[in-house]
Design a protein around this ligand. Sequence first.
Ligand SMILES: [Zn+2]
Length: 216
Amino acid sequence: MSTLEELFRFAAHLFWPRACPFCGALGESACVLCLLPCLEPPMPMDLGSLPLWSGGEHDGVLRELVLALKYGGDRSLGVAMGRALGRIFPRPDADLLVPVPLHRGSERAYNQSLALAAGAAREWGIPAKEGLVWSERREEQTSLGQEERKMMPRDVFSPVTKSVAGKRIVLVDDVATTGTTLERAAETVRRGGGVPVLGLSWTCAPRTKEGMRGVR
Ligand SMILES: [Zn+2]
């Protein structure tokens, strides 16, 4: 690293006191290059109605990173994680990346799945945009546990119709638990006149014979 680069990073650290947890680089929430080895091997699987590409099982470092993303309030970490996903997987044949929406009652300041989508979008050269909202009358039912979530009603989301109509959509979630949320999102995209082509998540529940086990 040149002296100038070191000075720049030092200045960056004063303004944005972050450091990559892997290499310690200042001013970075995490380097994309440092994240890549965490995603070996990535996991392509089948949710039934659409394929799912996931960075790996919801465990160890991947789980720590997603918890940091959810509760640390650091959007740039999500973008870096999304860029890492966008590098390990080939560019899908799609027009738009759409995140699973943040609950309206959530205290989080930003949608972490949108941050992931924005990162992957940058690598793939595909736009990312919010395209779904929680159906108002269903909102209370979304704070359910894993088992109940499998029974999630079919109209749990509503499409923002203009955003998804006529487009091939990649649906993005931070953690694919039972896969039900992504399946419901896919159904909603179809209702809105779009074509869901892929689910993308940072982590997913480990696979069992019965399908996906829930994650904590
Ligand atoms: Zn690093």
